[in-house]
Design a protein around this ligand. Structure first.
Ligand code: MN
Length: 261
């Protein structure tokens, strides 16, 4: 094991293993999910200066920050959803840390999402992907690439008169990944693990409902999934240790074999 880690450090230093950032910058302008007005709302990121080398602190600069557990690129814990409320160790501070480092596969849905804002990941797409790349490994992160992270402003939430329109998985796709493939979690480049119109599925918001009910995790507002290979990368996603937290903003990194994109 010592040799393995020494070799790992050498390969990081040489660039044989590349470290890829999959995180949006925390910025007051970055959109957060908007729920119907009768519900409580998620806060945007906000930062205030405590001092900046001035009379408030002559030798130092620092800020207070305000945000939701679900602001920006963030992790969803099982306790986020009612289906996961009884899951043991379902809060971010209770999840065993081995879960924060692990294999990741990427299903490229970018061509479909470019043509259809409501594009859905289906079991057929997953099975076709497996025909090319092999079975989705047990306990892997599965990321749905849509290139949605290249959007900004109003185009990101894509709010219409009947609510937001953005890609996501069908209930059947999530069931296949959770019940048959026993994945670790599911991540997207959109504001939720569910489609913008996910409320109309049965169950409503099937990714949240099925993933968290089974003790699985979510990642949302990921960026730059076009930098990852379909298989062979390792994801590092470590939520803040918030007592009783249902999720957390975080820096998501991928370790990618050099030369591959
Ligand atoms: Mn969330």
């Amino acid at each position: 094991m010592t040799d393995t880690l020494a070799q790992f450090a050498v390969e990081i230093a040489s660039g044989a293993i590349r470290v890829v950032d999959l995180t949006h910058t925390l910025d007051p302008d970055f959109p957060v999910i908007i729920l119907p007005p009768e519900f409580g709302q998620c806060a945007r990121f906000r930062m205030e200066e405590i001092s900046a080398y001035d009379h408030r602190g002559p030798g130092w600069k620092w800020h207070n920050i305000h945000l939701s557990e679900h602001t920006g690129t963030h992790f969803d814990a099982p306790s986020h959803w009612i289906s996961g409320r009884e899951v043991p160790n379902g809060d971010v501070d209770e999840i065993s840390v081995e879960n924060f480092v692990g294999p990741v596969v990427v299903i490229d849905c970018s061509a479909g999402a470019a043509k259809d804002d409501d594009f859905e990941l289906t079991p057929e797409i997953i099975l076709a992907w497996e025909g090319q790349h092999g079975r989705v490994p047990t306990d892997a992160w599965v990321l749905m690439r849509t290139d949605w992270s290249k959007r900004s402003g109003a185009e990101y939430l894509n709010m219409q008169s009947d609510g937001p329109h953005s890609p996501g998985p069908t209930p059947e796709a999530i069931r296949l990944l959770v019940e048959d493939r026993d994945i670790r979690g599911f991540g997207t480049e959109t504001v939720g693990t569910d489609a913008g119109q996910g409320a109309h599925h049965t169950p409503p918001y099937p990714a949240h409902y099925i993933l968290h009910g089974a003790g699985k995790f979510g990642l949302q507002c990921l960026s730059g999934l076009d930098q990852l290979p379909p298989t062979g990368a390792v994801l590092i996603a470590t939520p803040l240790k918030i007592k009783g937290g249902t999720g957390s903003p975080l820096r998501v990194l991928a370790l990618v074999p050099g030369g591959e994109t």
